[in-house]
Design a protein around this ligand. Sequence first.
Ligand SMILES: NC(=O)c1ccc[n+]([C@@H]2O[C@H](COP(=O)([O-])OP(=O)(O)OC[C@H]3O[C@@H](n4cnc5c(N)ncnc54)[C@H](O)[C@@H]3O)[C@@H](O)[C@H]2O)c1
Length: 432
Amino acid sequence: MTADRSESSRSNRTTRRAFMRNAGTAAAAWTVGTGLAARPAQGRVLGANDRINFAMIGCGGEGNALLSMVKILKDQGVNVEIVAVCDIYRPRLEKTAERYKAKAYSSHKELLADSSIDVVGIATPDHIHGYQIIDAIRAGKDIYCEKPVTHWRQFELTKRLFREVSKSDRVFQLGSQYMSDSAWSQARRMIQEGQIGQPVHAEVSFFRVGDWGERGMPIDDPDAQPGPDLDWQAFLGDSPKREFDVSRFFRWRMYWDYAGGPATDLYPHCLSQVIHMLGVKMPSLVVGTGGKLRYEEREVPDTCNILAEYPEKMSVSMVGTQANDYPGARPRPPACSPIIRGWEATLTFENEEIVLTPVQGTKKEGKRVKIERPFDHVRHMKNLLDCCRTREKPEYPVDLAYYTQTPIQMGILSLREGKVAKFDPTAEKIVL
Ligand SMILES: NC(=O)c1ccc[n+]([C@@H]2O[C@H](COP(=O)([O-])OP(=O)(O)OC[C@H]3O[C@@H](n4cnc5c(N)ncnc54)[C@H](O)[C@@H]3O)[C@@H](O)[C@H]2O)c1
């Protein structure tokens, strides 16, 4: 099936009336859950020579970064086309649609109803992802969704989407590009072979200075108002109903309703590797600490430390602040490159090598193992597109997303409530 380019150009510009109509539809749909049929639509079976039709939901900073990766892949010869884009803020929608000569949708549900689309990227604010993932699965689309998979208060939604995606035949990739690095699978094999003995402790940390990810977000138009050009209800989603606030709309990372600070923004980039390497699922207990230790003009913390205990007798620590950047970027990305400690040896990751350092007094020998395929932003998107053809599991699948997101959610709940968060594996619930 090929996209009709003349139709695409005709529908490039949503009319004001269409935008308002779509905006109303989207707002109404949020109040009744996803609003799409629970029985998944059949996705197209892609042949080796079929073009993959790609669409993006969310045309802000990251949505455009992902589109430029798809474009790079297309220029490198991958048979993929950007056919449609969606945003609830009209100026960004029109600009992106124009750039890629793509169809423009102001409602993600209308975009998902377009049967010419095979794959959707989701790069909306955190609290919107989960609903759009479920809607996309039900519409029969393959998915590349940005991290974090959900918002910190949405554990039940995360569980629900994990089940829906798992039982579907759709391909799902979470957008943390650092998982494209082969270091983590190589280290996982080393751990499984017993090279560090019993794994016991893992550590990730993220230190940097500045609140550019929060207060530093651009306000495109200080006079923006909900209405024909901006669908405020669709932005709010399941978050508390509030009057329009231009800062909340453009700088959503500053607010608890839509974000959670560095823990939810950055730890999905580094905890996922630890979960993958250790092969653990849910923690038994999590504690979160931190707060606003430097930057006051925001709701979310700038400092967050999360300690997680696993029933397999392993501890994982995630520590970080935006108030100090020592030791700077670790020797290789991500800046939060992990340390894995076993009874007999420790694994660290330096430039192009995995370094095994024996524990004092053991018979293990130190060694350095070359990383076969270092991290690459574009490759993570390529991996998704390859899997759309082969139907294999991509590098950051939904189970890893669920097992990574839950301890982060527990850490934030613990920090906010001043309580220890426990996980009840029988009821599959977080207990505070
Ligand atoms: N992987 C990475 O390295 C990386 C980097 C940056 C951002 N991200 C993630 O990407 C996501 C987007 O971040 P961003 O910096 O691009 O934010 P942004 O604010 O620049 O863009 C979000 C866009 O989504 C639109 N939007 C909001 N609600 C919508 C809805 N219901 N339907 C359709 N569009 C909607 C907004 O109008 C906005 O244009 C976040 O979840 C973030 O964590 C990942």
